[in-house]
Design a protein around this ligand. Structure first.
Ligand code: ZN
Ligand code: ZN
Length: 309
């Protein structure tokens, strides 16, 4: 529940000026305005499970998009039952959507599967262990093309009309010239970036296989470790457990959230997690976590924006 200025669950993932939302707790659309996230750029929404603290903001958000005259389709990925929830909620409030909502429902016992894809990113849903069917989401960039070494190609006198072929990895031999190997004019491709969102779930070490090596891991840390038994009982995790997963999966950085309303401050979570995995951060509303190249003006990065926790 909201407490001490902390809102409910929702993350905005920004990639190439497009926006995806993971979970949509009550108040999400207000927070999106507050933190200047453009609803127009929203392509897809992913809901982990059908508990209200992750879902109650969705009908409001969807109807606002309609009132904003949205015409493009929106993708929604969520556990089975979301269609029925939205149908009933919209009908009961005499609301309707003027755009197409493409809903993909995930079965409770579904194995990890690709649930969304665009030109540059793939999203995989994977099972978590909560009190109701719950799925985490793994965002992974597709393999990037190696950069074309333009200056070198010009210096070596390759005619411009051959550049396109070289960019595609094709060796070329212009008339009257030596052969040019494409590999000599292509730099090293950057490693694809990845981000995983895990909420809500009890601790289970097998999760390591799924989130292995991600650049940024979000994992819930509802409790501190003195309440590990309560965490287990209620299908949640502790800061120490989130950090243990981060360490064992060798992730780049850990962001924690979904804190119980019993904690007014989050130093306990920071200290407990950092003792196991030093790069651990309790998220604050509106905090931005960037991965990849941040120095370039091009948005060739995944920006996981912690909007409301
Ligand atoms: Zn829940
Ligand atoms: Zn929750």
């Amino acid at each position: 529940m909201p407490a001490f200025g902390r809102g409910l669950s929702a993350h905005a993932v920004v990639h190439w000026h497009r926006l995806m939302l993971v979970d949509c707790g009550e108040g999400t659309q207000m927070q999106m305005r507050r933190f200047d996230l453009k609803l127009k750029q929203l392509d897809a929404v992913f809901i982990t499970h059908l508990h209200g603290d992750h879902l109650f903001g969705l009908p409001g958000l969807l109807t606002t998009l309609s009132m904003n005259n949205r015409t493009e389709a929106l993708e929604l990925v969520a556990p089975v039952g979301v269609k029925d929830y939205l149908k009933r909620t919209l009908a009961a409030t005499d609301s309707f959507l003027r755009y197409e909502l493409k809903v993909r429902e995930i079965e409770a016992d579904a194995p990890p599967q690709t649930v969304y894809e665009n030109r540059s990113i793939t999203v995989t849903a994977f099972p978590l262990r909560h009190t109701v069917p719950c799925h985490g989401y793994l965002f992974r960039e597709k393999t990037k093309r190696p950069p074309f070494l333009y200056a070198k190609a010009v210096r070596d006198g390759i005619p411009v009309e051959y550049f396109q072929l070289i960019k595609q990895g094709v060796d070329v031999q212009p008339a009257g010239m030596d052969k040019f190997c494409a590999a000599d004019y292509l730099g090293a491709a950057e490693a694809p970036l990845s981000y995983a969102y895990c909420s809500d779930t009890r601790y289970f070490p097998e999760l390591v296989e799924t989130i292995e090596g991600v650049d940024l891991l979000y994992h819930e840390a509802t409790f501190l470790n003195d309440l590990a038994a309560r965490a287990e009982e209620t299908g949640h995790s502790t800061a120490a457990q989130a950090a243990t997963l981060a360490r064992d999966a060798r992730v780049g950085r850990l962001v924690m959230g979904h804190f119980s309303a019993r904690y007014s401050g989050l130093e306990g979570h920071r200290n407990e997690a950092c003792a196991i995995f030093p790069d651990s951060h309790p998220a604050r509303d509106g905090e931005i976590f960037s991965i990849g190249k941040t120095s370039t003006p091009k948005p060739d990065l995944i920006k996981a924006t912690i909007k409301v926790e």
